[in-house]
Design a binder for this molecule. Structure first.
Ligand code: NAD
Length: 447
């Protein structure tokens, strides 16, 4: 995909501030104005966001510009991710009031906003998260100050400008979303500690999740995962292989939900490897080639990813390691053991190992271990419903995909709404507007 040039609409970007205090003050003022808007107006503003973000020209621009600015990912897949964020993130309809009526009167449980949310967004889904959070957080009546990843700040500023302009054109107050133009650790700390920020939402790795959870404020932490995909001997192995290759190569394995390691019952290992090859996985088995791959992709510690190779294309990785890529290769794989760093650690690369085990119970136990208690995502391919049920109960992840590619779990070619903020650590799960709202009990005394 070639870059589609969609320049900023103006040099003065709407909602983009150099100073944290100014960004928060503008969003706070916008919150007061937004609180006077009707639900119908809120719906109109959200629709404006959806329309602005889902125009084809903009989708292509966001996808190519994200690859350019972050240096990671696959533009074709990013088009799809942004489209789903814009069109399938739930809106105002997610806030369903509960009512109880009796002899003593009527009690309603209503959703009410937190106020101004500080939302910290990742480099792996920079625009998807801003679109998804804007729809979800504004639907619940909040306004938002975004702190983007420094490696996605220009595109994030462009997007905040575009979304603000679309909402203003639809009659919204200015600055319903604002953004810190030059994010640094100091601006993030200032945002987290700002007295007018009443809720924090961090979508990213463990450091930022821990920072917001230690803030003493209401915080949602959407952290990292290490999703295992289990294949047992009852599975439709050809379909499992196709699903795994599609899911694990999606956006060069950047999604936190993407298959990060495969655990297979040894009896069907040969069939699985053959079917993975057919679907575009290149199996590296030569010890010298494996050594080259490891020295390229791991940092000097030998256990952590070399960040230069995160989110890179599979063929580019192979070439850099001196291995000739096959035509159509989109995933690299190797058969290995559970102690391998590629199995243990979230690599975010289209290099996904396969670990054979003796039986399905061992596979499930290993999957639980490798998920490291993130409570994020797991996948199982099996025709035995009781085994699917057993793994779901044992692993206790927020997303559990049965016989499908991992992206079905976030609503891409799967039933259910889309989200790009999956809160395992704090338990909200797949966030939607109600995750960003407080519950208020309103009591009418009938006596
Ligand atoms: P990251 O943790 O490096 O950055 C995320 C955000 O936090 C960025 O805005 C960054 O600037 C900020 N940040 C991180 N450490 C900071 C610090 N010490 N001080 C101030 N700000 C800090 O993560 P990333 O590389 O952008 O994204 C990838 C990670 O996020 C992966 O671990 C992935 O699994 C996770 N992720 C989770 C979800 C989810 O919904 N659960 C979604 C996307 C990404």
């Amino acid at each position: 995909m070639t870059t589609t040039a969609v320049p900023p609409t103006s040099t003065q970007l709407c909602g983009v501030f150099a100073d944290v205090n100014a960004a928060v003050a503008a969003a706070r003022e916008a919150f007061l104005a937004f609180s006077d808007c009707s639900l119908a107006q809120r719906r109109t503003f959200i629709n404006a966001v959806r329309e602005a973000a889902s125009q084809q020209e903009r989708l292509e621009y966001m996808a190519t510009a994200a690859v350019e600015e972050t240096g990671m990912g696959n533009a074709h897949h990013k088009v799809l991710k942004n489209l789903y964020a814009a069109t399938r993130t739930p809106g105002v309809e997610d806030l369903v009031m509960e009512a109880r009526q009796g002899d003593d009167g009527l009690t309603t449980l209503e959703y009410s906003p937190y106020g101004v949310i500080g939302a910290i967004t990742p480099t792996t889904n920079p625009t998807e998260t801003i679109i998804c959070n804007t729809v979800g957080m504004l639907s619940a009546g909040n306004t938002v100050v975004f702190s983007p990843h420094p490696r996605a700040r220009r595109l994030s500023a462009w997007l905040v400008d575009v979304l603000n302009r679309a909402m203003i054109e639809a009659g919204a107050p200015e600055n319903l979303i604002t953004l810190i133009a030059e994010p640094t650790p100091a601006t993030t700390t200032a945002l987290i500690n700002h007295p007018d920020i009443t809720m924090l939402v961090a979508t990213g790795g463990p450091q930022i999740v821990n920072m917001v959870l230690s803030s003493g404020k209401k915080a949602i932490g959407a952290g990292s995962g290490n999703p295992p995909a289990v294949v047992d001997e009852t599975a439709d192995v050809a379909k499992a292989a196709s699903d795994i290759v599609q899911g694990a190569s999606f956006d060069n394995n950047l999604p936190c939900t993407a298959e990060k390691e495969v655990i297979v019952v040894a009896e069907v290992l040969p069939q699985l490897m053959t079917a993975m090859r057919v679907n575009g996985a290149q199996v590296v088995s030569d010890p010298e080639e494996l050594a080259k791959l490891r020295s390229l992709l791991l940092d000097p510690s030998g256990v952590r990813p070399n960040t230069a190779w995160v989110g890179q294309d599979a063929q580019k990785i192979l070439r850099a390691a001196g291995i000739k890529p096959n035509q159509g290769t989109r995933l690299v794989t190797m058969v290995t053991d559970p102690s391998d760093p590629f199995v243990q650690v979230e690599m975010l690369m289209p290099v996904v190992p396969v670990v054979p085990v003796t039986d399905y119970l061992t596979a499930i136990d290993l999957a639980v271990e490798l998920e490291h208690g993130n409570r994020h995502t797991a996948i199982m391919h099996s025709k035995d419903v009781s085994r699917l049920d057993l793994m779901a109960r044992r692993i206790q992840t927020t997303i559990f995909v049965k016989n499908g590619p991992s992206f079905a779990g976030i609503g891409i070619n799967g039933e259910g709404f889309a989200t790009f903020t999956i809160a395992g650590p704090t338990g909200e799960g797949l966030t939607s507007p109600r995750s960003f709202a407080r519950r208020r009990r309103c009591v009418l005394d009938a006596r």
